[in-house]
Each structure stands twice: as C-alpha cells, then as structure tokens.
Design a protein around this ligand. Sequence first.
Ligand code: NAD
Ligand code: DAU
Length: 352
Amino acid sequence: MGKGNKKNILVTGGAGFIGSHVVRHFVQNYQDYHVYNIDALTYAGNLENLKDIEDQTNYTFIKGDITEDDFLTKLFSENEFDGVIHLAAESHVDRSISDPLSFVKTNVLGTVNLLNQSVKIANKNPDFRFYHVSTDEVYGALGNSGLFTESTPYSPNSPYSASKASSDHFVRAYGETYGLPFVISNCSNNYGPNHFPEKLIPLFINNIIQNKALPVYGDGNYTRDWLYVKDHAKAIDLVFHRGTNGETYNIGGFNEWKNIDLVMLLCKLMDKKLGRTEGVSEELITFVKDRPGHDLRYAIDASKINTQLGWEPSVTFEQGLELTIDWYFDNQEWLNHVTSGDYKEYYKKQYL
Ligand code: NAD
Ligand code: DAU
C-alpha cells in the first residue's frame, strides 16, 4: 500500500493522447489511489494535456524513459506500486516505417524493462496487476468481412504492429514463466481531444482550418473502426479492475468507416463549423502515394468486454466528432504549440 494508505497506480505514457485521458479518469474517479504518471515527453508527450489536474494531491508526474533500466530500478525501489497501466509507446505507423528501431526500443525493450520490475513487486504483493494497453493492429488486416476476436491469430504487418505484438507476447510469457498477474486489451482507432496532429483525424482538422491539402493514402478505401478516447479510458478502468488475470479484451467502437467516407463527413462538419459553403473543404482532398504494407480493414468484435464487463461506447461517432472538432477550435493554442515545438522548451525548463 502506498502514500497515506492509498493504492499506488503507475501509468506509463500518461502525457500522451490516450494516457492523459486515462490519468485524468483515474485521478478524478479514484481519490483512494495515488496516480504516478511517468513519461519521457517525446514529441508526442505534452503536459499541457494534464494542466487541469496537475495540482491534484493524488497525482504525481515523473519525467523518465522506460528504456532506461536505472531509472525504472530507482522508481520501483522508491515506490510500492499496486498496479501498472502501461501505455508508453511509439504509436505512429508511418514513423515506424521510417525508423523501426525506436519502436523496438520503446515498445519491446521498454515493456520488458517494466515487466522485470513488475515481477519483483508481484512476488511481494499478491494483488499486483500489470495491464498492457495494446492495439488491434497485432491481428493484421481483415478482408471485406469478418471481425477481430480475442482468438484471432497475431499477424502484424507494420514495424509498429510487430513491436506491439512482440510486447503482448512478452507480457503473456511473463505470466506463464514468472506468474505475473496481467491483463491485455487490444483496441481499435481512437479519436478525440489531445490527439497529436500526425494521425488522420487531427491532421485533417488542422489542415482544413489552415486550408492545406488533405493527403488521402491510396484510393481511400481502407477501413478503420473508430472509438472516442474517453470511452477507451472507461474500458481501461473496467479491464483494470474487473478483467480476469491472464486474459485479453478487445475494445472497439462498433463503428467502421472507410477513410474516404470519414474524410467527406469531416469536411462537411468543418464547413459548417467554419461557416464555409458546403463542399469547399472537400476540394482539399488529394490522393497520394499509399502507405507501404497498408492494412485494408480493422474491425473489432467487442462482445467479450460488452457481455462480461458491461462496457459499451457512450457517444455516437457524429457526437464524438463534433466534440472533437469543438475541442480543436477551442484549443488552437495547443495545436500551435504541438506543431511548433515551443511547448517542449517551456516544459523542459520545469522538468530537465
Ligand atoms: P501517443 O504517441 O499519443 O503517446 C505515447 C506517450 O508515450 C507519449 O506521452 C510519449 O512521450 C510517451 N513515451 C514514448 N516513449 C517513451 C519512453 N521510452 N518512455 C516513457 N514514455 C514514453 O500514443 P497514444 O495514441 O496515446 O497510444 C497510447 C498507447 O495505446 C500505445 O501503447 C498505443 O500502442 C496504444 N493504442 C493506441 C491507439 C490509438 O488509436 N491511438 C489504439 C489502440 C492502442
Ligand atoms: O488501430 C489502432 C491503431 O490506430 C493504433 O494502434 C495506432 O497507434 C494509431 O496510430 C492508429 O493507427 P492507424 O495507422 O490506423 O492510424 P492513422 O491515423 O495513422 O491512419 C488512419 C487511416 O488513415 C489509415 O488507413 C491510414 C490513413 N491515412 C492516415 C494519414 C495520417 C491517410 O489516408 N492519410 C494520412 O495522412
């Protein structure tokens, strides 16, 4: 048991997109927890994402890199964690194609470092649990029909998904070999506030605002299953607290969209928001060279988490997209910071 008889929960990658929603969710909903957020603050990590909760007494941020064993050894020797929710990762498929090694370092090596520390704690604390937040991309690509279930064989196609598949395997192997209590979830594409504008939805919102081209890869007939990020955070809460040790849970939005249809919808909503004539933003669509190894379709069968843990998405895609667009309009300063890199200088002064 940690600080003042509170449970100590370690969240990794909590300054990133999904991690910041997870940190906020746990800090606000569990006063009996102390939430430690460790994050290396790479280009994708941004403490502005957590400004509203940074002064909460049940929250501590520590800058650190999960690939650095010395840092983790010190962290785990100074704190008795009751659970780890592991999200820190390199997360962008395009970057994994140009720089696969950094994905191996953080996603595979970093995860194994955390597992080594967690095994030591689990040996002393029978209630300890390691939670790996993973992706549906480990299953590879679907054709025009079918859904990923928890028993779909792994078949990753990008360096990113290969690194996440590898880390999932290490988590399972530590369960089998060292008896580490763990859960894994594999989720579909998230969207919502604080999404870094290199991913499809925030990139295109930013480009539409700035009247820049919208680069649709290939013919745009690729399908993704979109989930509002706050619904993912709620699912993570349920899996962490009520999931069965050693099991995997698929999480998805029951919400498949072909990229080109999604981009057309986004253009329509943005025209309305910007007071432009309908059709103006669509003219920005530009078909560009395809992503190598581009997976045709992802779609999740989320019936296990639905029937066993009672989870379902709380917002429709139209509601979630409107909330997202509104957030980017209300947070232009955030967009300017993450696209200019200024914020890094600002936070470096405080944490380096
Ligand atoms: P993100 O890129 O927005 O955030 C990743 C965070 O990890 C950043 O804050 C970054 O600073 C931190 N980080 C990176 N390397 C680190 C290191 N070596 N040590 C410590 N911190 C480090 O990613 P995201 O989209 O929020 O994804 C979070 C997790 O969820 C990832 O594990 C990802 O694979 C998984 N996931 C993402 C999605 C999605 O749609 N975004 C869907 C399913 C699963
Ligand atoms: O499925 C879960 C995964 O979803 C997560 O594990 C990843 O971390 C996350 O980045 C996301 O991966 P995708 O590759 O699906 O997301 P991205 O936003 O990069 O691309 C979504 C789709 O849009 C994909 O088919 C590629 C296409 N695309 C993307 C970009 C950035 C374009 O057509 N043009 C673009 O400029």
